[in-house]
Design a protein around this ligand. Structure first.
Ligand code: HEM
Length: 231
């Protein structure tokens, strides 16, 4: 490879594109503190979107590994546990907004117009794969259910006889980890929204915190929560 097409750190990561993609809308005369707060707001949201992209990749590879005639359980576990690790990181990223003083947010908020996280296309796909919205079946849970069926195991048996179920038992618990951490992320979002905008309506036109809190009534993979009552 000659020097002109040698891989570089900045080139490989396309840093010029990523670092050039933060464009606060608030005017300079609101002062550097408000501009910095908006920059912070943009960076955190962009980081979320990057992690959603990785999460969707891992969810799909876990689904594909479970869908095989001979499911590749260890491969699925690697991907599922990475999704949980991403959720844990995202919860901490929500907590970052404790460092968004409400007066700075309110200063740049009018410039967001009606733009809202509610428009996140990737988040909607995550919800769909997890089966939380629409609350239909989850394609990921479906392949897991088929895998235990093929082993002639019921969910009760899987939980009562983990040694017989083997790695499938750990897959079930990895799904519970994902469900739990997704719920915790929702709770962190509700908390931060209340801390930042109180009872105001959302930029996307919903009632705000009250609307967001409704999502706490549902968890992904409810079958894996329900079975616990029956054990
Ligand atoms: C100061 C920080 C934040 C506040 C005050 C806030 C506030 C809100 C509010 C009020 C809504 C309801 C929809 C609306 O009317 O706009 C909403 C929805 C949403 N926000 Fe945030 N949010 C914050 C941070 C984030 C971050 C960092 C993300 C990550 C991408 C995010 C993603 C979403 C998503 C996906 C929805 C749609 C949720 C649903 O429909 O259940 N938000 N947000």
């Amino acid at each position: 490879m000659d020097a002109s097409n040698a891989v570089t750190y900045a080139g490989y990561l396309q840093l010029d594109r990523i670092l050039g993609a933060q464009a606060p809308l608030s005017p300079d005369d609101l002062g550097p503190q408000v501009r910095a707060a908006e920059h912070f707001f943009i960076v955190v949201h962009q980081a979320f979107e990057l992690w959603f992209k990785q999460e969707l990749l891992d969810l799909e590879l876990a689904r594909a590994a479970l869908a095989r005639d001979e499911p590749e359980l260890e491969v699925a576990l690697d991907h599922l546990s990475r999704v949980t690790a991403i959720h844990r990181l995202l919860i901490q990223q929500m907590v970052l907004f404790d460092h968004l003083p409400p007066h700075t947010f309110l200063a740049f908020r009018p410039y967001l117009g009606e733009a809202s996280g509610a428009e996140s296309a990737q988040f909607r796909v995550v919800e769909k794969v997890l089966g939380v919205r629409p609350r239909t079946s989850s394609p990921l849970y479906d392949v897991f259910a088929r895998a235990i069926e093929r082993r002639a195991l019921s969910l009760e048996q899987l939980y009562q006889q983990p040694a017989r179920a083997g790695a499938l038992y750990r897959v079930a618990e990895a799904l519970v980890d994902i469900s739990e951490t997704f719920w915790m992320l929702t709770a962190a979002h509700v908390r931060i929204a209340e801390r930042t905008i109180g009872a105001r309506a959302g930029t996307g036109g919903t009632s705000g915190v009250e609307y967001l809190a409704e999502a706490l009534n549902h968890k992904a993979f409810p079958e894996l929560w329900d079975v616990r009552t029956r054990l």
